[in-house]
Design a protein around this ligand. Sequence first.
Ligand SMILES: NC(=O)c1ccc[n+]([C@@H]2O[C@H](COP(=O)([O-])OP(=O)(O)OC[C@H]3O[C@@H](n4cnc5c(N)ncnc54)[C@H](O)[C@@H]3O)[C@@H](O)[C@H]2O)c1
Length: 451
Amino acid sequence: MRFLPDRESVTAAVIGLGYVGSCLAAALADRGMPVVGVDTDRTLVEEMNRGHCRFKEPELPELIARLAGTPALRVTTSYEEAVEAADVVVIAVGTPVQEDGALLDTQLRGVCEALSACLRPGRLVIFKSTVPPGTTRELLVPLLERGGLRAGVDFGVAFCPERLSEGVALSELRRFPVVIGGWDANSTAAAAVFWEDGLGVEVVPCTSPEVAEMVKLANNWWVDHNIAMANELALVCGAVDVDVLEVIAAANSIDKGNGNINILTPSVGVGGSCLTKDPWMIVHSARERGVELRTVPAARKVNDSMPRHTASLIVEELAKHGKSPAGAKVAVLGLAFKNDTGDLRATPVEPVVAALREAGARVSLHDPLADADDAQKTFGATPAASVAEAVRDADCLALLAWHRPFKELDLTALKPLVADRCAVVDGRAYLSREQIDGLERAGFSYRGIGR
Ligand SMILES: NC(=O)c1ccc[n+]([C@@H]2O[C@H](COP(=O)([O-])OP(=O)(O)OC[C@H]3O[C@@H](n4cnc5c(N)ncnc54)[C@H](O)[C@@H]3O)[C@@H](O)[C@H]2O)c1
């Protein structure tokens, strides 16, 4: 059986409208494919139907405001409505892990059980959520087949991992090739047409769902590991007193294998919902098969140590100015887990703030992208409404997530507001040499991770 109707009339349902699902639904609808979005979170559905987007992802709020609630992007809590309308059902619900790295499959189970009751012959089901190898074959397809239809016969199935990064999600969705692990050749072919037409991207067909499941875990293993190397490189460069960014830029200038050496950037730490859990997912999967991975835990340990390191740099800078952390004021600019997102999930800024408070510091917080209620819950304090309010009388400015609005800020102009002998500690702003010189001329001291 073919799993797609004529190319011109393909419609999609996107189940799970979190960061990934919202971006995906908006990107598909923006390119002209009618999309129905489904989520069990009634508040989220109601917000989206009003054109409101809770995710501060560049371009996403504008797309949602324009498309949601119109025939281009309908949003509902009803699976029946979505499956009725859609040829292709794309699933992007959350896949957290337990303490030992085992998949917490509640959301995926919920989706498959609900879908199995209303799936129609000829549909193509695409899983985007990150899962351990074997999950599509051993868990998801058997659940879908409970409704009586058979994968590869009555409906198509493909595992197509999502590889976007928050902060640049929409541009990556429109650019990154989509990896396809189809249940059978027809499923792979249908998924290829869907992604080529739907997003205008290339595809990378794989020979099985298991290959595609491993691709996603390999990608995030590489990223986490590479950042761990950059972070350790930063620790040595700090000790040798050379600028780690200068070292990385020059080191990355030669080719190796299929591309250039590409050492990523050190920072205050690795957070978010993916890099903090996907590596443990691969460790658990390997362990279940008798393979004990050593590089993954090592990288995790290095990256998890960076918030404390950043807090210690702040304390050292205060000490250089003859100040004790007890009673000093540290203004944290940027609370999110990385630049250009408001996402506070597993943000490394939280352990920095905790360590500073432990040392007796008064900490003020500001982030133009993070939701104030989320910030209150994560940090136990109300964030300041403006940079000026946050930095008033600060002994240190800690730049921990450097969003686009911050880049327009002239830090030297804050001098009259801050305390005498104020330090700037750069956790993710990567200020240029000129900016650092400007700060020092204005009377600030500067310290970065490995700089
Ligand atoms: N966030 C990222 O940057 C990113 C990047 C690549 C891959 N991923 C992967 O993509 C998946 C989704 O991640 P996310 O960050 O968008 O998750 P999320 O937690 O932001 O969103 C999940 C959404 O699914 C909804 N949901 C839960 N159960 C449901 C059900 N039974 N039916 C319908 N909706 C349901 C939730 O209400 C929520 O809105 C995960 O597997 C994640 O690992 C995430």
